[in-house]
Design a protein around this ligand. Structure first.
Ligand code: SAM
Length: 302
């Protein structure tokens, strides 16, 4: 990609960025009065901009298609939103694996010369393996994990949680996970391995499938069958997984839906530091609740 911005997202992207931006403002105000070096780490940073398509008549955002001739408008991505937060973070770390996106990101260091910005051209999972093993006593960070799909491995989330110094906003790809969970439970080994790495264990299979016994003329058959209310169950299971490693987790993740009202992602929040987690989670839950009140539906609608 060699254009200024990236193309992704419907208006759920606005919801996601709104929630995170509101939290960042609260975070820096609180941290500014504390004796820590506090950083914003955008682990799937993009370019700083994103392209959106606007409907010529209504001026509303359309789901972007690469060949569309509609009006293109540039909106700020998560990185630029973070750079606007006042008071600012002490340090900004932007991680991006794609070479062209990384090239765009680096220009931010010339634009925001007064800020301490570090851009890393690296796989985010590799980056955290290194940085989470350092001493975090005098450091705190807010990490935004905003992948397109299942690029965040459980081992990475675990390392982040173990620092007890990092809070995360995480985009959980519930739509992708649901698609991989085939109705008859016949899942290829490579996909099982991928889900194992993603959830950090293999017991997800027993959570999402029931063994059904069917009687026929030829005897009894055993078949695996995907459980009902699958979106609710995936949410419950993943929240449970987060709660095993973080001090506190927001209990109302926001379902981000496509135009057909199908959940694509869950926007989740979890906090690490034992002392700070209750207030951090309270702030995040308030933000998520208000976003839901703006007219979007909770995930329990499958
Ligand atoms: C959804 S976009 C991020 C959008 C960004 N948060 C924003 O609001 O502008 C995901 C980005 O992650 C990058 N990416 C994908 N896999 C990655 C990985 N393993 N490590 C770091 N970056 C990755 C992609 O190149 C892409 O730019």
């Amino acid at each position: 990609m060699n254009t200024l911005g990236q193309q992704f997202g419907g208006d759920w992207t606005e919801q996601k960025l709104d929630c995170v931006s509101k939290y960042l403002s609260a975070y820096t105000k609180i941290m500014n009065n504390q004796p820590f070096n506090f950083a914003y780490i955008d682990a799937f940073a993009g370019t700083g901009y994103r392209k959106v398509m606007l409907d010529e008549n209504t001026n509303e955002i359309m789901f972007p298609e690469l060949d569309s001739q509609e009006v293109v408008n540039f909106r700020q991505g998560s990185v630029r939103n973070a750079l606007e937060v006042q008071p600012p973070f002490k340090k900004y770390i932007f991680i991006e694996e794609d070479q062209d996106n990384y090239f765009e990101l680096q220009k931010l260091t010339q634009e925001f010369t007064e800020y301490n910005i570090e851009c890393k051209h690296i796989d985010a999972n590799v980056y955290f393996t290194d940085v989470c093993h350092k001493n975090w006593n005098k450091h705190r960070a807010l990490v935004f994990l905003d992948p397109f799909g299942m690029q965040v491995e459980w081992s990475t989330i675990e390392l982040i949680a173990h620092t007890k110094a990092i809070d995360i906003w995480l985009l959980f790809p519930i739509g992708t996970v649901n698609r991989l969970l085939k109705r008859n439970g016949d899942i290829r080994q490579s996909i099982r391995n991928k889900l194992n790495r993603f959830f950090g264990e293999d017991s997800w299979y027993d959570v999402f499938y029931n063994l059904i016994y069917e009687h026929s003329l030829f005897g009894e058959n055993e078949n695996w069958e995907k459980i009902g209310s699958i979106f609710t169950e995936i949410e419950r299971y993943f929240m449970g997984r987060l709660q095993t490693i973080f001090t506190k987790v927001a209990t109302n993740p926001l379902a981000l839906r496509n135009s057909k009202n199908v959940p694509l992602y869950l926007l989740c929040f979890a906090a690490g530091h034992p002392k700070g987690a209750p207030i951090a989670v309270k702030i995040a839950e308030d933000i998520l609740f208000k976003e839901l009140q703006r007219g979007y539906l909770p995930v329990q609608r499958d």
